[in-house]
Design a protein around this ligand. Sequence first.
Ligand code: FRU
Length: 465
Amino acid sequence: MLKRKDLWRLGFHLMPPEGWLNDPNGLCQFRGLYHVFFQYAPKEAGPDGRPARTWGHYAGKDLMDLKFQGVPFWPTDAEDHDGCYSGSAVADGDKIRLYYTGNVKQPGEHDYTYSGREANEILVETDGKNFGEKRTVLRNRDYPEDCTCHVRDPKVWKENGTWYMVLGARVKSPEQTAEADRGEVLFYESGDGFSWKLLKTLSSTERFGYMWECPDYFELGGKTFLSLCPQGVPAEEFRYQNIYQAGYYTVKGELRGKQTLHSFREWDYGFDFYAPQTFTDENGRRILFGWIGMPDHPYGNPTAERGWENCLTVPRLLTAEDGVICQNPVPELAGLRYHETMIMPRETFCLPDGTGDFEICFLEGTEEQEWKISFGGAAELSFRDGVLQLSVAENAGYGRTVRKVKTDRIEFLRILVDTSVLEIYADDGKIVLTTRYYPDYQGERQDLAVQFHCPSAAITGWRIH
Ligand code: FRU
């Protein structure tokens, strides 16, 4: 019998060749080559015969043409026995330094939150092809005493000759419960990137969840931002809809002095977005990749039975306006466009391979805005009474239903459609919604009919290579 092509495999998003992918890791550009590592659980067992959570590696000159390079290292050492967890990269001189968390679950009866887990921060040097020895630079005893065993995800950078690391942490409450523990970040400093000492801890004035994962710290547009993924934040009608969140604070004060955190803002309002990481490339652009997925989410992942799960967002170029970060696909993506079509406001545009790119400009002077766009009946984006709503149809959502964002009006939309992913960028990327969705491509043809009901819009559509 003819083996059917998997029509949910993606056209222009990074996904694992097979197996499971989560967080983007180790993002950098070194001697012209981009490196995108990611949390990876390949289908094949590690060299010691055990299933592994480790890193996978993509690299290439062009962000739109990255090729899978394999697994750079495996969790085969005492310091990372139960996983090479998330981390980051610094291109420095003639090497890239990779820092990640070696996760170790000690034998015996443990809850692994308050006892029995080691979190080792490990350094591996590479030229991008060959990976050196692992070297442990921080261990449990180096973290503040009030930390639980959940300390991880080093984001490292170098500034004025000093190395800095920010780690995510869960701080113990007297009750030792998720309701009372508190998320915070730990800052370390180092003269050489090998021996580190605690600089300070930082948290929000009011408790915001029990754990902060995957921190990132950077400057953009004259402001400082701390990005993180809090767990345990209660859902609200228009915010914090997912099981865990991903967002950023504006930071006031100097890194080496006292700092405070202000106005947490979510990166993305869709169903599937977590653990973003940023880096600056050799042109000084601040670029973000996020995981299109979420840990412990209640939705189905129907590609699992096809042997692969999850993907990354397209690289997003970041700019900041008045403390709000705008995310937009890097300009390179426009190079994949072909077959440009002007679409009438009430028209259907057919995507024969389920991939496309749309720009929708709502005409000025239209006070009353009400419109909707349907993606093959599998998902719908609509705007009405100041609410932007993304709905996924029951048979295409595997539990994903509705996400809503409040906003006065929308002037511009860019929508990336990629077989089983939608990335929706509204108003210069101030609001972004990312989701998986699974249109029924089981028929003979794999068309996706995108229907527009946008009375006052100028719409341009492209297919994507
Ligand atoms: C976030 C996360 C990280 C951890 C990694 C393990 O999704 O839980 O905190 O390092 O995934 O795969």
